[in-house]
Design a binder for this molecule. Sequence first.
Ligand SMILES: Nc1ncnc2c1ncn2[C@@H]1O[C@H](COP(=O)(O)OP(=O)(O)OP(=O)(O)O)[C@@H](O)[C@H]1O
Ligand SMILES: Cc1ncc(C[n+]2csc(CCO)c2C)c(N)n1
Length: 307
Amino acid sequence: MRTGSLGLLEAHLTTPDCGPVATLFPSVRLSPRPPSHRPPPPPPTTTMPLPAMTHSSAFLLPASTTPPPNDAATTYALVVLNQRLPRFAPLLWARARLRVCADGGANRVFDGMPELLPVEDPADVRARYKPDVIKGDMDSIRPEVKEYYSNLGTNIVDESHDQDTTDLHKCVSFVTRELPVPDKSNLCILVLGALGGRFDHEMGNINVLYRFSNTKIVLLSDDCSIFLLPKMHTHEIHIEKSVEGPHCGLIPIGGPSTSTTTTGLRWNLDNTSMSYGGLVSTSNIVDDDKITVTSDSDLIWTISLRN
Ligand SMILES: Nc1ncnc2c1ncn2[C@@H]1O[C@H](COP(=O)(O)OP(=O)(O)OP(=O)(O)O)[C@@H](O)[C@H]1O
Ligand SMILES: Cc1ncc(C[n+]2csc(CCO)c2C)c(N)n1
């Protein structure tokens, strides 16, 4: 048994040899074995092509832009974390089918939406941006914010009994369980305020990408966007040049990669190894409108957002 180039196990069975029969029965004359008794040749090595997964940041395009056709099939859910709201929060709120605040994320919506829309009456704005659900261990939401949204009819769920998973984990778990999307590959969870700030929180947020690696999740801040590229797929990343780039990175956070191949980048990888302590692709540049990535390891894709 050996491991194939893409990590698939290839087993080669051989037919047992019948040599010793002549010594047990000396009178038996052995004729040459008919061809059908010869061990069959090993099967040709076949490796199934990996299914392709496409990614796009079209959700960041202004509302006036016509989104690409495949975007219409995507159902977005929004999770707001306890960090300053990015400037595009109102746009993504409007695009989302379900809006969930992680604990103190509710304070950010309460304070931040009126700040992002200063020409409107703050009370009107606040009433319009009502989260569907607020979830978490409830040690950061302010009492008046909790009461305000409770009066508006928001579903407020205290999960303080669980001190082993983060509020983001609880929110993503809820969305994947409760949002009715017939084909889960059409669900995309956008997470606001996931990057920058406290490093332990950032690492916990990135860990959620790995814990829910079958779900498309995009972590966002004002400055960048990141998502996971699971190794079970080849990846096509469509670059929306008006809102993202040119700086990007491919980071082997979960473990080393012995082979990663890319196209469309200024510094492409060609069957290249990456690891912490070795090569990590940072400050790369997107040269084409479409980037492709294939790797034997899960990688984090990151791209800068334009202001
Ligand atoms: N500084 C930060 N950087 C990145 N993510 C953050 C930061 N602060 C909060 N978050 C995210 O927002 C979620 C909700 O934040 P909140 O402050 O309510 O969480 P918490 O679990 O009470 O945090 P703490 O560890 O401070 O008790 C966190 O689970 C985390 O995902
Ligand atoms: C090994 C270990 N480290 C830290 C925590 C603490 N923790 C992790 S998630 C969470 C909830 C935050 O809302 C808390 C308190 C733990 N349980 N286990």
